[in-house]
Design a protein around this ligand. Structure first.
Ligand code: BG6
Length: 498
């Protein structure tokens, strides 16, 4: 992030719908605190937390103070807190009551005068997805987003719809009120350092970019694996499954960044356009494709880090005969000039033996005519982009084994280090809020990307729903169903666990 206060023309009121909710307490307020600390907020900046609960402003601020104390990466300092608390206002309002928006509008207009915020607004929907449309309707009815000479932005958390149809409906509603360039669809994976590093590694290093194609790369593996189960989120997860929870958004975003062509410049739209083209080039999803290339799984009980854990069907708010997938593995082809013939293997799941997010690029073998004859196994060159919990780059290459006459050994260079805070943390939100205020939407998803991602995901979800599964089909603590290993084995490959 930059240094110093950002341009004072960017003054704004941040209106948080869901001001007493979990996201606000655990992520948004600690992020705002650290932005104040780092002097990254505009000089004229105010936060209006909209919540249903009956609280005085003082009580609200006390609660926020406790949350920041608990969740902020920096220890709370009273001078900084004083600055932030002076910016915060609590506005009690049931946002399902469409009548009340006029009053909120008057309140914000009034605040503009005292806070000198110039009419600019950021509306943050930190609420359950079923309320997204209602709030947008309220903003529309009251004309709250349309102020001449000022800007209004809308921030919306995932999930953006539950399929293409509902996502389109939501999008059309939003477009009645906001322009595409003012809509910030959050995918917190894009806030992670190594995800932002994908483009830098590819486009700032001739050794990588010159061989980043089907002539040199055998296959690419993207694995987002978690030891965690669904915990208390069973109610949500039952309607989401791994397809909607991880593939439709985080994984498809990563895939686009790994496979895209170099953009013509670093402008938001240039990058998004290249990402979008990757999805357009994806191989058609036919019934044969689905049968051969997709594996769904659901965790049974098992042991994680020495502790016995229950199966998915025993989790809170999950039906005993649930058919929801907690694991997906699939093979994809991107049928463009760069990638035709190089498969992408994707895998994500809960309650697996390892928590990690990694991209493994396996390069093609050299001909077995010189060193790799006579049963000498050739270890491939591997480039691993470690997203979390280790962050950095790993590279494997072959060198002479000095301890033997003519042996070859794989040598491994690893620049990564353990950084536990790469998750869905306040830190990621600092970056995202900072970008929203500056009007930089690069780390957010554009509608056509979301649309293309749903088009792919919907076909897989429909197949999963039609098919009979024998669930559970993997033990907690394992690395997923046997068929996920067979998916690669039948191509003469394996999942890399580096
Ligand atoms: C969220 C999903 O989007 O991402 C969760 O809803 C998942 O189910 C989480 O656990 C993973 O994010 P991270 O940053 O912890 O890898």
């Amino acid at each position: 992030m930059g240094n110093g206060i950002i341009d004072s023309n960017l003054s704004a009121i941040l209106v948080i719908f869901g001001g007493t909710g979990d996201l606000t307490n655990r992520k948004l307020m600690p992020a705002l605190y650290n932005l104040v600390l780092d002097q990254l907020l505009p000089e004229h900046f105010t936060v209006v937390s909209v919540g249903r609960r009956d609280k005085t402003e003082e009580d609200y601020k006390n609660d926020i103070y406790d949350s920041i104390k608990k969740h902020s990466r920096n220890k709370i300092d009273d001078t900084i807190w004083k600055k932030l608390q002076a910016m915060i206002h609590y506005y009690q309002f049931d946002f399902t009551n469409l009548e009340g928006y006029e009053e909120l509008k008057d309140y914000l207009d009034q605040l503009d005068k005292t806070a000198d915020t110039g009419g600019n607004r950021v509306f943050y929907l930190a609420v359950a997805p079923e309320y997204f449309e209602t709030i947008v309707q309220g903003l529309q009815n009251s004309d709250m987003a349309a102020k001449s000479g000022a800007w209004s932005r809308l921030i919306i958390e995932k999930p953006f719809g539950k399929d293409l149809k509902t996502a389109r409906k939501l999008n059309n509603k939003i477009l009645e009120v906001f322009q595409e360039r003012d809509i910030y669809r959050i995918d917190h994976y894009l806030g992670k350092e190594m995800i932002q590093n994908i483009m830098v590694l590819r486009f700032c290093n001739s050794i990588f970019e010159s061989i980043w194609n089907n002539k040199f790369i055998d296959n690419i593996q993207i694995s987002l694996t978690e030891k965690l189960g669904v915990g208390t989120r069973g109610g949500y997860y039952e309607h989401s499954g791994a397809m909607r929870d991880m593939i439709q958004n985080h994984i498809i975003q990563i895939l686009s960044l790994v496979a895209m062509e170099p953009p013509i410049n670093l402008k938001t739209d240039s990058i998004r356009t290249e990402k979008q083209k990757v999805l357009e080039a994806m191989e058609d999803i036919t019934p044969e494709f689905l049968r051969d290339n997709v594996v769904f799984g659901q965790y049974g009980s098992g042991v994680i880090d020495g502790t016995p854990v229950i199966g998915y069907r025993e989790e809170l708010n999950v039906p005993k005969a649930s058919g929801t997938e907690t694991f997906v593995a699939l093979k994809l082809h991107i049928n463009n000039f760069r990638w035709a013939g190089t498969p992408f293997y994707i895998r994500t799941g809960k309650r697996l033996g390892k928590s990690s997010a990694e991209i493994v690029v396996q390069f093609k073998d050299l001909p077995n005519v010189l060193y790799f004859k006579d049963n000498h196994i050739q270890e491939p060159n591997l480039l691993v982009l470690r997203i979390q919990p280790n962050v950095g780059v790993f590279f494997q290459f072959n060198t002479k084994d000095f301890s033997s006459y003519n042996g070859i050994v794989p040598t491994q260079m690893d620049t990564s280090s353990f950084k536990p805070n790469q998750g869905n943390t306040p830190e990621a939100y600092e970056r995202l809020i900072y970008d929203i205020l500056r009007g930089d939407a690069t780390l957010f998803s554009r509608w056509d990307e979301v649309e293309a991602a749903w088009t792919i995901a919907d076909q897989l979800i429909e197949y999963r729903e039609q098919k009979k599964h024998t669930f559970p089909n993997y033990d907690s603590g394992s690395m997923g169903p046997v068929r996920a290993f067979e998916l690669l084995a039948k191509d003469g490959r394996k999942w890399w666990h580096i």
